[in-house]
Design a protein around this ligand. Structure first.
Ligand SMILES: [Zn+2]
Length: 456
């Protein structure tokens, strides 16, 4: 082989070295740091519409800025959209509970906001009737909360440390669609309802209640996004690939064994961590296409963040050539470390393009039995509906802790995650740099057409 003149090889070598050096930024330590922040109890399960999800959006924006990425829209790291909600005011609640034990009855009067708070809104604004009293950890409550409407007011005894209590303070907003019943769901501070004298069975509770009228409003939600700008001399410099993951989860709930925070460590703090680490690793490179890093909100409410992104795209959608969406990387089945799988893998050449890139990083691509069903279950589906080649990559399992309080950081395999994220660095680069963008095949086009026709 004839040696190339030094002037030509030097920049090439530099480029290769810098790719290695930047991949080495993906360390187990950094992966653990980011995923732990996102999934800690302080985030309260990153529920859509919560203060904690808002704080997470700011934190993610700061990571993108620190990494040295560019804003897609000048002056903001966010793509905003809104969901319908209602505002309710715990300071406007009036509640007297009457307890009947045998022939004896006793009244308990509660001070608004201090002793009683309104958790969920109601169409009805007042009443005097039999009610259900339950403790925050009561399994019966799980059923009541899922019910679309209640026949009685529901009164929940709650510790002041419980997230239910904190989130219901003063004037607060609840997203619509949670429950809009004729009767309200109220919280009373634990310790104010003493047991019946002599341990007698409580025959019934009656509530005389009134609440303020709920005020309808739009609640702003935020996708967080940043851009790695393409090489200005590239013929593909106007095109984009989107690397994404949803950063929301399902919040707090009745819980299990005293744990009421649904941390969503695997689902999807791991995917979000991958987006952050990819941004940090790839920043400073000049690739052939732009890379948009996007953390989607409200995925758990029906892919709302990605739908909004595709409905009002911040860049022309016809210039987006592929979407790599990342979901649940942290809980491989035993013996499946350093392996990942793609949803709808057989529908395009996307997975085979990625497979070649992953092989170089020692990561294997395998089949997953539910891969085609899950193709429609995450944010890539919003891009698919717009005709964009879009798949989710996952490197785990559908474990028993899925959407349970036990989806915690301690159960993640951080070494495995680190290997997968390093591999995904090469995937993002391959998608951004190769001349031909990925394309649907006949099987994929037919399957997508069939599904969309059925859902129309
Ligand atoms: Zn998810």
């Amino acid at each position: 082989m004839t040696p190339l003149p030094l002037l030509l090889t030097a920049p090439l070598l530099l480029a290769v070295v810098s790719v290695r050096a930047q991949q080495e930024r993906v360390t187990e330590e950094r992966v653990r740091e980011v995923v732990t922040w996102l999934a800690s109890d302080e985030r309260n399960g990153r529920d859509t519409g919560s203060r904690e999800l808002e704080a997470a959006s700011q934190w993610l924006a700061a990571r993108f800025e620190e990494a040295g990425l560019q804003q897609v829209r000048k002056g903001s790291w966010f793509h905003e959209f809104s969901l319908p909600g209602v505002q309710i005011d715990s300071a406007a609640v009036k509640l007297t509970l009457t307890r009947k034990v045998g022939d004896a009855s006793k009244d308990f009067v509660f001070e608004a906001d201090k002793d009683v708070r309104q958790m969920l809104p109601s169409d009805g604004l007042e009443g005097e009737e039999l009610c259900t009293v339950a403790a925050a950890g009561d399994p019966v409550l799980q059923r009541l909360m899922r019910a679309r409407s209640a026949r009685r007011p529901v009164i929940i005894e709650t510790s002041v440390e419980h997230a239910f209590w904190e989130q219901a303070a003063g004037v607060h907003t609840v997203l619509s669609g949670r429950r809009q019943a004729a009767r309200p769901m109220l919280l009373v501070r634990e310790g104010l309802l003493p047991p019946a004298p002599g341990g007698e069975r409580i025959v019934e509770w009656t509530a005389a209640w009134s609440v303020g009228a709920p005020v309808a409003l739009d609640v702003t939600q935020r996708n967080v996004m940043a851009k790695l700008t393409a090489d200005p001399s590239s013929p593909h410099k106007d095109e984009y690939i989107v690397v994404s993951a949803h950063y929301d989860h399902v919040g707090v709930g009745v819980g299990k064994d005293g744990d009421n925070i649904y941390n969503g460590a695997d689902d999807n703090a791991t995917g979000t961590t991958a987006v952050v680490l990819l941004a940090e690793a790839l920043a400073g490179q000049r690739l052939q296409r732009n890379v948009l890093f996007v953390c989607f909100a409200a995925e758990e409410r029906g892919l709302r963040g990605s739908q909004a992104f595709c409905a009002r795209p911040p860049v022309p959608l016809e210039k987006v050539v592929a979407n790599l969406n990342i979901e649940m990387l942290g809980r491989p089945e035993s013996g499946k470390q350093k392996q990942c799988w793609f949803t709808g893998a057989g529908y395009s050449d996307f997975a085979s393009v990625c497979e070649a890139a992953l092989a170089g990083a020692g990561v294997g691509v395998v089949d997953f039995r539910m891969g085609n069903q899950l193709f429609w279950a995450s944010d890539n589906a919003s891009f698919v509906r717009k005709g964009i080649v879009a798949h989710s990559v996952s490197a785990g399992s559908l474990h028993d802790d899925y959407h349970q309080p036990g989806d915690e950081v301690g159960k993640l395999d951080v070494g495995h995650m680190t290997a997968i994220i390093r591999g995904l660095c090469d995937v993002a680069k391959a998608l951004a740099d190769r001349d031909a963008p990925p394309a649907w095949n006949d099987k994929g086009e037919q399957a997508i057409e069939r599904t969309l026709r059925r859902r129309r």
